[in-house]
Write a protein that binds this ligand. Structure first.
Ligand code: GLP
Length: 236
């Protein structure tokens, strides 16, 4: 694992965006694994700047997001499809039919999960997977558990995740209790993983994840098994 520490969120985001842009420039038809949460927002802003000022193009890439709340349509302002539209898709030249986010309103969520994995397999996994890390060490929405789940699956969100994510909703009761998340196999299929995080609490989680045992109780610890992980962390 490569670890890069920065003073500010802006510097950290610029460095992470350079890594994503590097993959896009090397392989314009790459598959980008994308993440939501507040941590990648600066990375997306920087990628948008590069699109406008440096001609960085997303026109030939495919994007595959990590997760989506179960029950939220893509038009819901707190859905992750909506987040991606707002922070990236509507601001760059990506083809909408090449952007994939799990469908939170699928009539058959299990079938949606299986189809998501089948698509990921057809794409050959992602060339680069952008990740954040949750307060409990989750990646995507893979919550602490007794086992790692390889496949895309429906997950019950941990109380700490519901509480942490309630800041985006009118109240905690509005936060969906379940989500669809890419599983650990899908995440580890990535050729390169870029994890972005800020603040002391996330630093402690990252340290524990990369220096302690690999355990499903700290989901991000499985990233120790991947050969190309870069962590970009900032103090603020
Ligand atoms: C959500 C997302 C995760 C993300 C996490 C951390 O739970 N499902 O993919 O990593 O939030 O978010 P933040 O970066 O806002 O702390």
């Amino acid at each position: 694992m490569e670890f890069h520490a920065f003073k500010s969120f802006g510097e950290m985001s610029a460095a992470a965006a350079l890594a994503v842009a590097g993959t896009l420039r090397e392989k314009p038809d790459c598959v980008l694994g994308l993440a939501t949460g507040s941590s990648p927002v600066g990375t997306y802003d920087e990628l948008v700047r590069m699109h406008h000022e440096e001609g960085l193009s997303f026109a030939r890439c495919t994007t595959v997001n990590l997760d989506e709340y179960l029950g939220l349509a893509g038009t819901h302002p707190q859905s992750y499809r909506f987040f991606m539209e707002k922070h990236l898709f509507s601001r760059v030249d990506v083809r909408r039919d090449a952007t994939f986010v799990p469908d939170g309103t699928a009539a058959d969520p299990a079938a949606e999960c299986a189809a998501y994995d089948a698509r990921l397999a057809r794409l050959g996994g992602t060339d680069l997977q952008l990740l954040g890390i949750g307060p409990d060490g989750h990646v995507g929405f893979n919550e602490p558990d007794d086992v790692f789940t390889p496949q895309t699956h429906v997950v019950d969100l941990a109380p700490s995740t519901i509480e942490a994510n309630s800041r985006f909703f009118a109240s905690e009761t509005d936060v969906p209790r379940k989500a669809i998340t890419m599983g650990m196999k899908g995440i580890l299929l990535a050729r390169k993983i870029v994890l972005v995080a800020s603040g002391a609490a996330k630093r402690a989680k990252i340290d524990a994840a990369f220096s302690g045992p690999v355990t499903p109780r700290l989901p991000a610890s499985i990233l120790q098994l991947h050969r190309d992980v870069t962590v970009f962390w900032s103090e603020t």
